[in-house]
Design a binder for this molecule. Structure first.
Ligand code: CA
Ligand code: CA
Ligand code: CA
Ligand code: CA
Length: 497
């Protein structure tokens, strides 16, 4: 089904002629302006531009959904509405909400001190499988900005954080400044993301399954990410549930104004063992990563360290479920061939997806975040400001120089999105404009043929259109070598720790 969202309102009346995000997210039936049956696989395409303020949870529990922000003329930003109480996540897939794709969307929660909640996430995958987030901007969470409990998932080309950290509405604490968090996750790829500005959880991963299968091997690939300005726990990998099989390749961790010497676990990635449970060892392949603790990628172990309480001897200290405990300490980190969990057919990361950390930085700063709209490139003022902030190592406005903020306004504000045009003419309501259907063979502007796949490549016509809008035809391979953004100096000019 194709929901052509024609209203920014958060309503759900099947016959009012308005097709809303909520109706698509929840797979609700629509009777006007055209018929959509409930409960079906669906594409959410946008005829409108601007902010959608959710006034209650819109948890995605019906499988197969593609939220295509690139269809909006000028872009979409989700925000927490004033009536959403208690506050909870914005885009949220949970039990049942498998097979979800989110692309070119801004999800920016915002403070809710009057409506306390422990679940203020901009985006959350809540024990769901087969999820892709591509070119999203997930910010201003009060719990995390992106939290994922998932299997077979990818977050790529996205901007994560900052949170709204201080007195912003987290119910259990007045201070919560943690942005990017996966626990547990398996067969997860985190690639070419910017995670920025926080106290903890720059990239925090606890490989494993839910329900827990203690001691299993769990694979995660952490590729080309840029982590900036965390006070402690810039990166963490835990073996409390599983034996992590992790590839860290071409990632950057740099200091910012909030960095403090001696922060707990403030390495590119800190090894963490929960001494109350088990240490299931680690198997880590590290190549070409850089952090305040190693100015040369030849020092591949220098990117890693131990979280407070974890010792070289404790990373592999359990008597059951042990896997590959022949080495301990930082010797669990090796350089060379990428590692694959047993049973993985082959490593699915292609060599042309891998570039050195400097090119990875250029790629992230050039392309990360929601940057494609129907009418062209549309990186918004928020993403532009934070990208420029990394490039200049927090030149003015120095948002976080004196402390973490309590409001979106003090953090630079929401997006200023402009509608660049009205809906495209789409005579058959299949989500593909007449002009586009007339440009290509295999589609008919007068026939509802969104699901047809005349060229047999596995992508139905509607996805050919969505991929075309996202510039996949030029970006798919070329994006990995075409970033040309100005880079900050090593560790933002600060000396190696
Ligand atoms: Ca409606
Ligand atoms: Ca059409
Ligand atoms: Ca058609
Ligand atoms: Ca096709």
């Amino acid at each position: 089904m194709v929901y052509k969202i024609n209203s920014l309102e958060d309503s759900a009346n099947p016959g009012d002629g308005k097709i809303t995000y909520r109706e698509c997210a929840l797979a609700l039936s629509v009777t006007s302006p055209y018929q959509i049956p409930a409960g079906r696989p669906r594409y959410c395409v946008f005829e409108v531009s601007g902010a959608i303020e959710l006034q209650s949870p819109a948890f995605i529990q019906t499988p197969h959904i593609y939220i295509a922000g690139q269809t909006s003329p000028g872009g979409i930003e989700f925000r927490l509405g004033a009536n959403y109480a208690p506050a909870d996540s914005l885009i949220d897939t949970r039990r049942g909400g498998d097979h979800a794709i989110i692309r070119h969307i801004r999800a920016r929660l915002g403070e809710h001190p009057d409506r306390p909640s422990p679940n203020g996430d901009a985006i959350r995958w809540n024990s769901t499988n087969f999820q892709i987030a591509d070119h999203v901007s997930a910010m201003f969470g009060t719990d995390e900005s992106f939290e994922g409990g998932c299997q077979t998932c990818t977050v790529q080309w996205s901007i994560i954080g900052p949170n709204i950290c201080r007195d912003a509405g987290h119910s259990s604490t007045s201070f919560h400044c943690k942005t990017f968090f996966f626990k547990p996750a398996k067969d997860l790829t985190l690639a070419y993301n910017l995670s920025q500005h926080g106290e903890q959880r720059g990239i925090n991963i606890a490989p494993g399954s839910f329900p827990f299968n203690y001691g299993e091997e769990a694979q995660i690939d952490v590729i080309g990410n840029f982590v900036y300005n965390f006070v402690q726990e810039s990166g963490l990998v835990s073996n409390q549930y599983a034996h992590p099989i992790v590839n860290y390749i071409s990632n950057t961790t740099y200091e910012g104004p909030r960095f403090v010497t001696g922060g707990n676990g403030n390495f590119g990635a800190a090894l963490y063992t929960n001494v109350d449970t088990f240490g299931h060892g680690f198997r880590i392949n590290a190549q070409d990563n850089i952090s305040p603790f190693n100015s040369s990628t030849a020092d591949f172990k220098g990117y890693f360290g131990f979280f407070k309480g974890t010792t070289p001897g404790s990373v592999c200290n359990a008597s059951n479920g042990l896997k590959d405990c022949s080495v301990t300490g930082l010797d669990v980190v090796r350089s060379g061939r990428m590692v694959s969990a047993r049973g993985a057919a082959r490593n699915w990361l292609q060599s042309w997806m891998l570039v050195d950390y400097r090119q990875a930085q250029r790629n992230v700063l050039s392309f990360a975040g929601a940057d494609r709209c129907r009418d062209g490139r549309c990186r918004d003022n928020v993403d532009e400001m934070f990208i420029e902030d990394v490039q200049t190592c927090d030149r003015s406005p120095r948002l976080f120089e004196s402390g973490w903020t309590s409001t979106v306004a003090a953090t630079g504000g929401y997006a200023r999105l402009r509608s660049t045009g009205g809906p495209s003419v789409d005579s058959d309501n299949d989500g593909m404009p007449d002009a586009w259907e007339n440009q290509f063979s295999g589609t008919n502007a007068n026939v509802w043929d969104a699901n047809d796949d005349p060229d047999g490549d596995g992508y139905p016509n509607i996805e050919e259109y969505l991929n075309w809008l996202a510039n996949d035809h030029t970006r798919y391979r070329d994006i990995y070598n075409s970033g040309n953004a100005t880079l900050p100096p090593y560790n933002c000019g600060k000396p190696r720790r």
